[in-house]
Write a protein that binds this ligand. Sequence first.
Ligand code: FEO
Length: 173
Amino acid sequence: MLSKSMQEALNNQVRLEASSSQAYLAMASWAEIQPGLDGVAEYFFLQSEEERVHMLKLMRFVNERGGFAVVPVLQQPNITFKSLKSMFEDFLNGEIAVSNSINELVDLALKEKDYATHNFLQWYVSEQIEEEKSARILNEKLELIGEDKSGLYLFDRDIMATRQRGGRDGHKK
Ligand code: FEO
């Protein structure tokens, strides 16, 4: 059985994953209407779906453990971006915030000696290592490319391959 504080903390994570899903959906939509960013759009549509999977996994766990998973109210995410680079910076910052929040959850699970939740959270710990790494690599590439158009063309063309390489657990396609 989950404690009240653990239930609240997990529901907070549900909200964070749902917000990430919405944020990436907005990035996908913005990229889709820019010339030549079809690969980036596809990347964020899939990233958005993945965050929804993260949210669902948490909700099922909360209910399984005798809690109540709450569907959250969400704010509208940023829907426009001043540049591709700033959008990818938002992506990385979002992932860092999620990692910090997962770490706090792990901390709480240990404090409460809730080893079932601690065990469940290990999947998220590993996932965040991959997510942060991918976001960092993409930011580094954009830094290197700068305003070079042929570089940006290749970045867009190859971005889906970076997802496939990062496919650790089978749900990244
Ligand atoms: Fe589910 Fe990318 O955090």
